[in-house]
Design a protein around this ligand. Structure first.
Ligand code: AMP
Length: 190
């Protein structure tokens, strides 16, 4: 089982309450399945909601936050563990090290940046951990369409695009993560 699940998500809540509901539900599922949440350590937006949901359900949460954002993102002081790191690069590297799989909830450009970095690291062989999108309210459908264009136009292998798990159900994503057997993707193969 992939025990440590890193969640990337907005430091905002979005305009539709369904985002918060799904963030809460993801936290509940992570905790009830006996997994641990790894995330950015903030209290704002969906970040705080998913962390609180795991804690309320009796689960463990590790937050990793850069010094500069301790105030701005309101570091969550009630976590199982809060790691304050020097900068953003250290934060991402540490979350990547701690986690066995990565889920992106809806979010802004910070979420997208984190998602793309970890997914591209897999493409060039820096890790072989699963990455998925929790497609709440079809939020990620336009991105998925664009990624299909990237593959169709010959800028990414279709089989690498197919490694990106997409579902509106956290149970489905986590089940797929547990079953995930990374293949070696040769970025340069035709
Ligand atoms: P956002 O999706 O823009 O609401 O941001 C969500 C999270 O991504 C926040 O914890 C931000 O600190 C984080 N974030 C923003 N920019 C970056 C970046 N360049 N690298 C890593 N994380 C980032």
């Amino acid at each position: 089982m992939r025990n440590n699940i890193c969640v990337f998500c907005g430091a905002s809540e979005g305009v539709n309450p369904t985002y918060a509901e799904h963030a809460r539900n993801l936290g509940l599922v992570i905790a009830t399945q006996g997994r641990r949440l790894v995330y950015g350590g903030g209290k704002k937006g969906l970040m705080g909601i998913v962390a609180d949901a795991v804690l309320q359900a009796g689960g463990e949460v590790v937050g990793v936050i850069p010094e500069r954002l301790v105030e701005a993102e309101t570091a969550h002081r009630g976590l199982t563990k809060l790691e304050v790191v020097p900068d953003m690069h250290t934060r991402k590297a540490r979350m990547a090290e701690l986690a066995d799989g990565f889920i992106a909830l809806p979010g802004g450009i910070g979420t997208l940046e984190e998602l793309f970095e970890i997914w591209t690291w897999g493409q060039i062989g820096y890790h072989n951990k699963p990455v998925g999108l929790l497609n709440v309210n079809s939020f990620y459908q336009p991105l998925n369409n664009f990624l299909q264009q990237v593959a169709d136009q010959g800028f990414m292998r279709q089989d690498y695009l197919d490694t990106l798990h997409i579902s509106d159900s956290p149970q489905t994503l986590l089940q797929q993560f547990d079953a995930y057997q990374a293949e070696h993707y040769d970025r340069w193969a035709k």
